[in-house]
Structures are given as structure tokens and as C-alpha cells.
Design a protein around this ligand. Structure first.
Ligand SMILES: [Zn+2]
Length: 388
């Protein structure tokens, strides 16, 4: 038996944002960051809401990798104001902060660390959530977990509750038009990793498979175009859709060890999420292939790779992924990323412990033990072959 969770309404395509004129309510709170504010996206959203009589306030203090403190502050702000609509506008950080603060807004006694899938939060008694992604990768607009950082512990917490999946998701191709190429690449690799990990996960199912495969095909067809030419609106729109499709796929399946390794590495070395999950993806495929050869081979065939055997198909898939990274200026090893071996080794025990304990490892096709996790970090340093 599978319980699948989807947003109630997804609006996509040109002019999607105009859907906000259908909203009925009194007060909206936009949860965003200072960069988004500068891009005038907040005004665009507020204008539509004002047109239908909603009062709008803005909380723009979300930082990249949002902290517990930010979530608490946003919830306090909301309690003073009393919105019946919350709007997560921005990249994954803004939308995850909006999801988590929603729980604290409605439940003042709940602490961030207590968010879990079994509790009842009754969120919709007080407010509903609209997610509007402005980057094309995180899938945070459609997932039912929020990634919040415990800064003191240098720890990323994955906080799940099916209640926090958005009521309305607006996938408007206008927003990604202003993404610079490096962000197109970073976020695109996140989408690719979500889709591939969702497809090979032990929890994959027919529904997640369909969305994952299509998202992978879109990334291979359009990511480089979106990166090479900022004015290629078709490619950017396709990538924007693929990110949300991959998000629905992995939130109804699971991500895998590329995410476990990346959450661990990213919390300590502060690297953009998409860049670092992408970096670990080819290594995690090599590691997992033994247990899921046919699944990986399906992906290879879906992007047009021809091979005599499944093993050969997967080998070519890894080659194609790395070739794509080179085309879009992304590193393929920790060394290329700019971290020294000395720094890596200094924090290696810590990295390994965090990654091995991540909830992302358990549904990977092959679950690494502590020793294999250590080998994966060392392998990803400069791609010198190791025996798993
Ligand atoms: Zn991700």
C-alpha cells in the first residue's frame, strides 16, 4: 500500500501567477528573502492579491539554508499579523521556511525539532499555503518535508508532515528567466538528482516513476540550453516544470545517498545544495548499481543511450552525466570544488557519521555502512577508484 501526496492545485505555464486573482481571503503573508525582494517579485505577487482585496505583509529575512531561529521569528511575525494565506516565494529555503513556520504559527507550543509525520497540526484551520518557486530545482514547492538547519549543531534537519504540502503551487515561467547560468546549473543538477534517486529508490512506484523519467528526459534535453542561453525561455520553462515534477516524484518515493552525503558535506563546508548533490550523484550510482542495474539502465535507455548490456548502459549514463556537468560548468569531484584533501580528512569522521545517520540512506538501492560511506567521500575527492 502506498500513500501518495500531491499539492491540491498546480498552476503552470505562461501567466500562471494571474491565478492569484482567484484567491479569497483577508490577509496574506509572503515569506521570502532579500534577493527576491530586490528582483521585484514580491510586488508582482502582492499586486495580484491586492487586486482581490487581500492585505499583504512581507517577511523577507529567510537566509540560505534557513535556521530554526528564522522559522521561529517568522512564526512570531505571523502571530502578530494573523494571515489566512501564507506564501512561500523564492528558492527552496523560502518555501521550506514557510512550511515549517506554518506549523509553529498554528501551534505556538510546538518546537521546530518536534515536527514529525505522526503529529496532527490542524494547519488549515488557520491558514493555507501557496508555494511559488523562483528557481528550478529544489522541488520544495511540492514536497511535504522542510529542510531546516540547526546552526549550533551544524546539522540539517529533514522535518516531514503531510499536512505541510502546499494547497496551491504556481509554476510561472516568468520567474526563472532572471536566474544566472550558475544558478540554472546548480538547481538543474538538484532536479536531476531528485529524479534519478526517486526512480531507483526502494520506495519507487508507478506514479513516482512516470514523473521521474520525464523530468530526467527534460533535464538532459534542456539544461544545457538554459545554461548556455539566458534568453532561451522555452528551455527555462521546461526546466522549471522538470524541477516540480522531480519534486513530486521524490516526495512520493525517496532520495538516496547522494543527498545523504551532500547534506552532511553541505552543512560543514557550506556548498550550494544542487552543486554538491550533483557532485555525489555519479559516485552514488556506481555504488548502487550492483543492486539496481536494470533500474539505472531504464534511465539510460530513456535518454536514448544504446548499449548491448544493462551494465554498459549504466556506465554510459554515468559518462553522460559527467559530460553534462562539464557543459554546464559544474565540478565532478570534491577537489574540483575547491576543498583540500587536508580539510576533507580533518572533518571526515564527522562527515561519515552524519551521512551514515541520514534518513536519505535507508531507501537507497544499496545502503552503505560506515566504512562504505567513508570510501564514498574519499572516492568523490578526486575519482580515484575504490573497492566497495
Ligand atoms: Zn535536493
Amino acid at each position: 500500500m502506498w500513500e501518495l501526496t500531491f499539492p491540491r492545485t498546480v498552476i503552470t505555464g505562461e501567466g500562471a501567477l494571474e491565478y492569484l486573482k482567484e484567491i479569497e481571503g483577508k490577509r496574506a503573508l509572503i515569506i521570502t528573502d532579500k534577493v527576491i525582494r530586490k528582483l521585484n517579485f514580491v510586488e508582482k505577487v502582492a499586486n495580484y492579491l491586492n487586486q482581490v482585496g487581500l492585505e499583504v505583509k512581507v517577511f523577507d529575512e529567510v537566509e540560505p539554508e534557513p535556521s530554526i531561529e528564522t522559522v521561529v521569528k517568522a512564526a512570531e511575525f505571523a502571530r502578530q499579523y494573523g494571515p489566512d494565506w501564507l506564501i512561500g516565494l523564492g528558492g527552496g529555503s523560502c518555501m521550506d521556511a514557510a512550511k515549517a513556520m506554518w506549523i509553529l504559527y498554528v501551534n505556538p507550543d510546538v518546537e521546530v525539532g518536534e515536527i514529525n509525520p505522526f503529529a496532527k497540526f490542524e494547519l488549515r484551520k488557520k491558514a493555507r499555503l501557496i508555494c511559488i518557486p523562483t528557481t528550478s530545482g529544489t522541488g520544495a514547492d511540492v514536497t511535504w518535508a522542510a529542510m531546516i538547519t540547526d546552526v549550533k549543531e551544524e546539522r540539517k534537519m529533514e522535518l516531514p508532515s503531510r499536512e505541510m504540502v502546499a494547497d496551491i503551487v504556481v509554476i510561472d515561467p516568468e520567474f526563472p528567466k532572471s536566474m544566472p547560468p550558475s544558478l540554472v546549473a546548480d538547481s538543474g543538477l538538484d532536479a536531476l538528482t531528485h529524479a534519478i534517486e526517486a526512480y531507483v529508490s526502494q520506495w519507487s512506484n508507478d506514479f513516482s516513476d512516470a514523473l521521474a523519467i520525464k523530468a530526467i528526459q527534460i533535464v538532459f534535453k534542456y539544461l544545457q540550453r538554459a545554461y548556455d542561453n539566458s534568453g532561451d525561455n522555452e528551455a527555462k520553462e521546461k526546466m522549471h516544470n522538470a524541477a516540480t515534477m522531480a519534486g513530486i516524484a521524490f516526495s512520493n518515493s525517496q532520495v538516496g545517498i547522494a543527498h545523504a552525503l551532500a547534506h552532511s558535506f553541505g552543512a560543514i563546508f557550506r556548498v550550494s545544495h544542487g552543486r554538491i548533490v550533483g557532485l555525489f550523484l555519479p559516485y552514488s550510482i556506481e555504488y548502487g548499481v550492483r543492486e539496481a542495474t536494470e533500474r539505472y539502465a531504464d534511465i539510460a535507455r530513456a535518454i536514448g543511450i544504446e548499449a548491448r548490456t544493462a551494465e554498459e548502459a549504466v556506465e554510459k549514463l554515468i559518462g553522460d552525466i559527467k559530460a553534462l556537468y562539464r557543459e554546464v560548468g559544474q565540478p565532478t569531484s570534491i577537489k574540483e570544488l575547491g576543498t583540500s584533501r587536508e580539510d576533507l580528512e580533518k572533518r571526515l569522521d564527522d562527515l561519515v557519521t552524519r551521512a551514515a545517520n541520514s534518513s536519505c540512506t535507508f531507501m537507497n538501492p544499496r545502503v552503505p555502512d560506515v566504512e562504505d560511506t567513508r570510501k564514498l567521500f574519499l572516492y568523490a575527492f578526486e575519482g580515484k577508484k575504490v573497492d566497495f
